[in-house]
Design a protein around this ligand. Structure first.
Ligand SMILES: Nc1nc2c(c(=O)[nH]1)N[C@H]1C(S)=C(S)[C@@H](COP(=O)(O)OP(=O)(O)OC[C@H]3O[C@@H](n4cnc5c(N)ncnc54)[C@H](O)[C@@H]3O)O[C@H]1N2
Ligand code: MOO
Length: 390
């Protein structure tokens, strides 16, 4: 059996970054920037007032000083003339600072009588002026690849970028297999259960920028699995769930190989998730996830998220691990890397008692997968362990 690290290497060797497309800025959040974007203007494009008040010369600022108001500078409507000694301009937040002004008095620090102001409290030393280019200057670059956050969208808007070149969203076809499965809302027979991890995985993959299609459930029959693979045509990633183990009804690998899947690996030295398989299938990468709901979700986190990132143009890499200290001792691990469900809170991590790979209630309480390396010795309270956030 290969290690998790080796399995990831195999997967990365099957993946090439997808092409790009141009989308309106308002639709670019959560997408991956495919080309660097450079600002062609300064922000702000002029020195701007940071407060509502009066623009004056800093050298004249003192409690008791008087100034004559000669005009107004508002946001969108600046004051064009120069401002001389003893003069002030009424100015508002965001307005251009006129020539001659290098200090903005807060109106709270001034007493106004008709067109004259007198400074009546100490205005302090802050000039309340944002220099031109204070946020960014022309030439500032947002580098690709970058997962665009809502804040990045605001920045791109300020850079005057209406259209953004982003990587095409990975098209994922998700196939659940098993005679026992029905869709949520259907009426299950006495020996049936409701398909679950398919929906969790779609949510997980879509939150990472993919576009996931849930295909009809395939029966434990070669023809039905074949039909499902047929419906997956055009996908970048074909992901099956279940039918991956050694039982008489675990047919995914055989059918996929019959359809031309070149298997890259089968079985990984990990818990849960051992019967994972992957390979190339035409233009797509095929990943066969084990059926146990938690096993499928763990593999989704450990393997599929890095594959989605690589398809989106990020350098292939395992997910970043964080660390926290154990709130209780845990026994030694066996020969397979173990991804244990637990909860992390302010740097302290609790490993849950129940670790069976069928328990979605436990998974839903978890916010971390604690990583126990193969043959890791018993760990004590306060020991530092690595985890992947869920
Ligand atoms: N003799 C052995 N038996 C098993 C082994 C083994 O090494 N030798 N491995 C075990 C491990 S580990 C796992 S994990 C499972 C994985 O098996 P499959 O991938 O073939 O999964 P299934 O048998 O189809 O299903 C397992 C379990 O999960 C339920 N399931 C499947 N798909 C879904 C779905 N989309 N939503 C909800 N639940 C699903 C299914 O009903 C089964 O209960 O094999 C062990 N056996
Ligand atoms: O590895 Mo199975 O994936 O333990 O439940």
């Amino acid at each position: 059996m290969i290690t998790v690290e080796q399995a990831l290497e195999h997967l990365f060797s099957l993946v090439s970054p997808l092409g790009s497309e141009t989308v309106p800025l308002a639709q670019a959040s959560g997408r991956v920037l495919a080309a660097d974007v450079t600002a062609t203007r300064d922000q702000p494009p002029f020195a701007a007032s940071a407060m509502d008040g009066y623009g004056v010369r800093a050298a004249e600022v003192a409690v008791g000083a008087k100034f004559k108001i000669i005009g107004e500078s508002a946001a969108g409507h600046g004051f064009s003339g120069p401002v001389g000694p003893g003069e002030a301009v009424r100015i508002f937040t965001g307005a251009p600072v006129p020539e001659g002004v290098d200090f903005v008095l807060l109106q709270e620090d001034c007493d106004r009588f008709v067109n004259t102001i007198t400074i009546d409290s100490d205005p302090g030393s802050n000039a309340n002026i944002r220099p031109a280019g204070n946020d960014f200057a022309a030439g500032f670059t947002l580098n690709a690849p970058r997962l665009l956050s809502p804040n990045d969208i605001a920045l791109l808007a300020a850079m005057n970028v209406p259209l953004v070149q982003v990587t095409r969203r990975p098209d994922i076809a998700l196939i659940s297999t098993g005679d026992e499965l029905v869709m949520p809302g259907d009426t299950p027979g006495p020996d049936q259960i409701i398909v679950s991890n398919t929906f969790g995985l779609k949510a997980l993959f879509d939150s990472a920028g993919a576009k996931t299609r849930i295909l009809p459930i395939a029966k434990d029959h070669p023809a039905s699995i074949e039909t499902a693979f047929d419906l997956a045509q055009g996908a970048d990633l074909v992901i099956t769930i279940g039918g991956a183990s050694v039982g008489d009804h675990d047919l995914v690998s055989a059918v996929a190989q019959q359809l031309g899947m070149q298997q890259s690996f089968y079985k990984v030295k990990m818990r849960p998730g051992k019967p994972l398989m992957a390979g190339r299938m035409g233009d797509a990468v095929m990943i066969g996830l084990p059926g146990n709901p938690v096993s499928a979700v763990v593999c989704g986190n450990v393997f599929v998220l890095p594959v989605i990132a690589a398809l989106q143009g990020f350098a292939p890499a395992p997910r970043t691990r964080l660390s926290a200290t154990l709130t209780a001792a845990t026994p030694a691990n066996g020969p397979r890397e173990h991804y244990m469900r637990g909860r992390v809170d302010r740097g302290q991590i609790t490993v849950f008692d129940r670790q069976d790979s069928s328990l979605l209630t436990v998974l839903s309480e978890a916010n971390a997968l604690i990583l126990r390396p193969a043959d890791d010795p018993a760990r004590d309270v306060g020991d530092l362990v690595e985890y992947l956030p869920l």
